[in-house]
Design a protein around this ligand. Structure first.
Ligand code: HEM
Length: 380
């Protein structure tokens, strides 16, 4: 364990030594993957970069960018070579920013609650909340998909699933004081709920429990709502697909997978190389920051024929929207179940659902970890 920590430390020092100047001659690009311009329209840029090389050096980020599916799979699955703790200044926590064995221990203890078998018991509750929101929306002439539906509905569902006061989820997520100690967080937790049980679980230290709660709220709240907005946007762009799915609800899981392949909410995930790694002719030295791009991998023409098109009946590998490897999204079953039920309800209850403004005017927001459609007014 200590040896892993010291490798990470040495690796970070290497990065500081400005090794990047050696790489500029390889595949430098002016692209700034954090810039609003890139985040809004990354696809054309990535297709152009891909023609030059699958791996690029980003001087602005002092990091490497991997765009192709196979390389992204390598980065996400080979955790012995790619640490999930790439930023020295960021508190690693026990989840996304942790490596084995800490990460394995925590994940093993939590994974049962997030398994498909466990999540499916929650179906009725999701259906109930979704129906209530659908009735509310029916009273309106038009509605903002994010603010009036996606945000409050998915917050209510996740609050119920985790066992936290649904009216206080955002307040709890954003208020650092709440994570001070177990007594400061307990008043917000529901009796007998998952998080309250977690607080009594002696296998976790107090700090671990607080980290887990903070991270679950962060990971659970923003993601599904943004995913719902992106997939409805893509679906409305393809009315014929929408009609097909309305008549065959068994196609909804495919619609979710395919629309989130086209517009995943995460642009790229950061990793730190723990040893020298070779990608084709490019050698990335130990201690380098690498971004594995979901947006790039999900539209890799080597894996997805006509990658920019929404095609429900594909025979291609799984998109990487939910990540892969030991950190693959723990919440993917609860996220998918919510999306399935909400989309099915919307398609059934609102047969004439459409955008208030031309879809060409709809803009995608510019957050690297929650990219997508923000101001989307719908009517029916
Ligand atoms: C459509 C919605 C969602 C998407 C697209 C998504 C995406 C992802 C991705 C790509 C990762 C991997 C990060 C990495 O490898 O560094 C991840 C991790 C994670 N997600 Fe999600 N997520 C979603 C919803 C949720 C929900 C609803 C929850 C919980 C209630 C959740 C909990 C987590 C957790 C705990 C991890 C960390 C797993 C680990 O490090 O072992 N996610 N998510």
């Amino acid at each position: 364990m200590n040896s892993l920590k010291s490798t990470v430390k040495k690796a970070l020092i290497n990065t500081k030594n400005n090794l990047e100047y050696n790489y500029l001659s390889l595949f430098p690009t002016k692209v700034d993957i954090m810039s609003p311009a890139f985040i809004q329209k990354p696809h054309q840029i990535l297709h152009k970069l891909r023609k030059v090389s699958p791996i690029h050096y980003l001087p602005k980020q002092k990091a490497w960018l991997a765009i192709n599916y196979d390389d992204v799979v390598t980065i996400l699955t080979q955790h012995e070579s790619f640490s999930s703790s790439p930023f020295e200044h960021i508190d690693n926590g026990v989840f996304i920013g942790a490596d084995p064995p800490e990460h394995t221990r925590v994940r093993d203890l939590l994974k049962e609650h997030f398994s498909y078998q466990q999540v499916i018991h929650f179906k009725r509750t999701i259906e109930y909340h979704t129906k209530c929101f659908s009735e509310k929306i029916k009273q309106l002439k038009q509605f903002d998909l994010l603010k009036d539906l996606a945000q409050p509905l998915t917050n209510t569902i996740i609050a119920d699933f985790l066992g936290i006061d649904p009216n206080k989820t955002v307040e709890v997520r954003d208020n650092k004081q709440v994570y001070y100690s177990l007594p400061t967080i307990k008043p917000f937790l529901t009796n007998g709920g998952f998080l309250q049980n977690l607080c009594q679980d002696e296998r976790f230290s107090e700090q671990e429990t607080l980290d887990i709660i903070r991270f679950l709220l962060e990971a659970g709240l923003g993601t599904t709502q943004q995913a719902l907005c992106n997939m409805l946007y893509i679906t409305l762009l393809h009315p014929q697909v929408m009609d097909e799915v309305r008549n065959k609800s068994e196609l909804i899981p495919r619609l979710i997978e395919e629309s989130l392949r086209i517009e995943p909410i995460i642009i790229a995930l950061p990793r730190l190389t723990l040893k020298d790694v070779q990608f084709g002719s490019v050698m990335i030295p130990s201690g380098s920051l690498v971004y594995a791009s979901m947006v790039g991998a999900n539209r890799d023409p080597q894996k997805f024929e006509q990658p920019d098109k929404l095609i429900l009946h594909r025979h291609s590998p799984k998109p990487l929207t939910f990540g892969l490897g030991i950190h693959q999204c723990l919440g993917k079953h609860i996220a998918n179940l919510q999306l399935q039920i909400i989309v099915e309800t919307l398609l059934t209850d609102f047969p004439t659902l459409r955008s208030v403004y031309p879809l060409s005017q709809v803009e995608l927001g510019t957050d690297i970890l929650s990219r997508g459609v923000k101001n989307f007014k719908l009517t029916f």
